[in-house]
Design a protein around this ligand. Structure first.
Ligand code: MG
Length: 381
């Protein structure tokens, strides 16, 4: 791709629009090699749309697709893969990610191993854009792991055998539908139930009538009264629930702390805990945090969040959005160190173009390939 093409994208009023990126087309920054023959990082990305197998309903919305952006960093004959997954209610989109990622210039960095320097520079390009930032972070980690010829769990020193079971998520639906979905999820050792509406008890009773596996609940800020939320949590504990995510709106810090203090189950902050700076503020408000690469800006900050939460004696959950096996595999390298994993995102889509970490017998099973451990299976792309 020529410099003039890139300048055009940068300067055009349409630069922030995917109008310039037809389906399947890549945007690519300059890279290749210097005049002296030294390799440089070449960054490219393209928008992609995940097709969900089922309509997915949580407390705040329903949808059948998820926009993602797939990124690649090529360096000295190796390619690192990354992904940004952007559920619409979080505010990022193909347009915002295109606008952000078209500012990324990795060719100016001499050394891909300088993760701190490079990722600090990416973070400083613009505020927000956590998923777009994560897509660069993941591709860079994949590249660096491939250069080191090691999977990230080895670089971090984690034992892949300690990876936990993953929950499989059952979205909000009618009793008959959730019963059917529960039967279809028989291989999973734990289920995560989306809650937050006035039909919660009906749904839980329906699911409980067809399975005895442990469950977790996620209200997605959907409950409004703190005493009713606390009563509900007690009711869920009696039905084999192990923890509950985000019972109230994230802004209601005092009410959340009130619930956490009295709750018979751990309370996990998800919407209320985005990045590293939020972790210490979560102490006392929640029992633990839900780390997601698409919130944390990627693997590097996610690992720092994990370490800080541990130092603060907090529980750690590892979650995801609907993502291809690229994003899920990247997250899976942290899974040996967490209390609970919710890494079912790639199982909810029908057009995954990567092979990587898998769920085998309900357990997160890491790939031993170098980097994040994925290969592209492009045919569905
Ligand atoms: Mg959640």
């Amino acid at each position: 791709m020529t410099h003039s093409r890139r300048s055009f994208l940068r300067n055009s009023s349409l630069a922030a629009s995917t109008m310039l990126l037809p389906a399947g087309a890549w945007w690519q920054a300059p890279g290749g090699r210097t005049a002296g023959g030294r390799p440089r990082m070449t960054f490219r990305f393209r928008p992609y749309t995940l097709q969900l197998k089922h309509v997915f309903t949580v407390a705040v919305n329903s949808r059948t697709t998820t926009p993602v952006v797939l990124t690649e960093i090529e360096y000295d004959g190796l390619v690192g893969y990354g992904e940004a997954s952007m559920p619409p209610y979080l505010g990022e989109s193909h347009e915002t990610a295109t606008a952000f990622l078209s500012k990324v210039d990795l060719a100016r960095f001499a050394n891909p191993f300088e993760l701190e320097t490079i990722l600090d520079a990416i973070d400083a390009l613009a505020p927000g854009n956590p998923a777009a930032k994560a897509s660069v972070d993941i591709a860079l980690h994949d590249l660096v792991g491939k250069l080191l010829k090691q999977p990230w769990y080895n670089i971090w020193g984690y034992d892949p055998a300690k990876a936990p079971v993953t929950t499989f998520t059952i979205g909000i639906d009618t009793p008959d539908v959730v019963k059917q979905k529960t039967r279809e999820a028989a291989e999973f050792k734990m289920l995560k139930i989306k809650l937050g509406r006035d039909t919660d008890k009906l749904m839980v009773e329906a699911i409980r009538s067809v399975t005895s596996v442990p469950m977790s609940g996620d209200a997605n800020q959907g409950w409004t009264d703190r005493q009713q939320a606390l009563d509900m949590i007690g009711w869920l504990k009696e039905r084999g629930f192990l923890y509950v995510e985000q019972p109230l709106a994230k802004e209601r810090v005092d009410d959340l702390a009130w619930i956490t203090e009295r709750s018979p189950l751990p309370i996990i902050g998800d919407e209320g805990v985005q990045r590293l700076k939020d972790v210490h503020k979560a102490q006392g408000v929640y029992t633990g945090i839900n780390i997601k690469l698409m919130k944390s800006t990627g693997m590097r900050e996610a690992q720092k969040m994990l370490q800080l939460a541990r130092a603060l004696d907090m529980k750690v959950m590892l979650g995801c959005m609907t993502e291809t096996s690229c994003g899920i595999s990247a997250a899976s390298h942290l899974s040996p160190m967490v209390d609970w994993a919710d890494l079912d995102g790639a199982l909810l889509i029908s057009n995954d173009i990567f092979d990587g970490a898998k769920v085998i017998d309900g357990k997160v099973t890491l790939s031993n390939r170098p980097g994040i451990g994925v290969v592209k299976t492009e045919t569905k792309g």
